[in-house]
Design a protein around this ligand. Sequence first.
Ligand code: ADP
Ligand code: ZN
Length: 359
Amino acid sequence: MTDSITLTTYQKSNLEKIIISTPDSVSGIVIGGRWEAVVRLLPASNVIIVTDTNISGIYGKRFPRFPVLKIRPGEDSKRLKTIESLAGKLLNSGIDRSGFLLGIGGGVVCDITGFLASVFMRGIRFGYVSTSLLSQVDASTGGKNGVNLGETKNVIGTFRQPEFVICDTTMLRTLPDDEYSSGLGELIKTGIIGDRSIIEILEDNYADVLKRNRDILSVLVAKAVRYKASVVAKDEKESGLRRVLNFGHTFGHAVELHDGVKHGFAVASGMMLAATFSRNKGLLRDDDFNRIMHLLKRYNFPTEINMDPAKIESLILHDKKKAGSDINFVFIKGFEKPLIKKIPLQEVIDFYRQNLKGN
Ligand code: ADP
Ligand code: ZN
């Protein structure tokens, strides 16, 4: 089944389009164009926009002329009660099975839109304008959507590809600094496991990356999407290969839940630990290790992880990736060389305990 997914890439000057075709869907991710062009991809009627109040405040006046449903910004909105309330509004709006949901926002809005569209009337059409760096480089590619349940992230959701994802990097200029940095953390992850040219660009264009130069960002986003799409194409439902995308995430997800650290920062800390773990096991050479640490430091990710080591155990045990007493941990043997190894969960916990400050 997995080999029936195909990828096609088109490039025209600054515009890149990556098409993911599965047996029951065709999903096009467009990078580098203007987001306002989304109107050409929409039906003439029966469209509803889902966004958050930050995005509508900045871009709302330029939205296509359709009804807009707004959620509160932030992870707290990723709850079933949001889905229930939005579904009620969809019903009241008179939208039917031929309706179309357009999500305009970051990962939270896209997750909610994708999930809502997947379950409302057993599935209606949907697409995204992806507005945060994190969602452009990661979340909006791959067809995963969902909401959190209690303390557990993304446990209720579906796999369903949006018809399109538009990634206009000029929208990233209005992103708060910490959200931008968080996206860079995930981008560095993609560079390490999947495309070393991302690392090279980040190393060589520090000033332009910080200035959020739209052309450099479009190149970086396109590379990240291409890599993620290639992994998804080989393993849409996360049976094996797709797990490499979890590099830095075992620890990352735990600290994210623990103290509300932004996702990319949590992943950056997780990558430092995973790289150290890989080096200690003799898998990763010192020069590659140093290069990773240097890049993370340069982009201002904290190098010391302050956390009560006792806490990490319960947090990791709480994470959905636990599998009996073993865990599929993502190591790296070098750039573009992730390695999934099944190891005892206790070994990971012991390593974290030894390497967290406050020990
Ligand atoms: P994610 O980081 O997964 O994309 P969110 O959807 O919560 O998560 O987006 C992070 C925050 O950034 C939210 O407060 C959201 O409203 C805000 N945001 C997203 N995109 C933009 C943008 N282009 N300009 C300004 N704020 C944005
Ligand atoms: Zn991530």
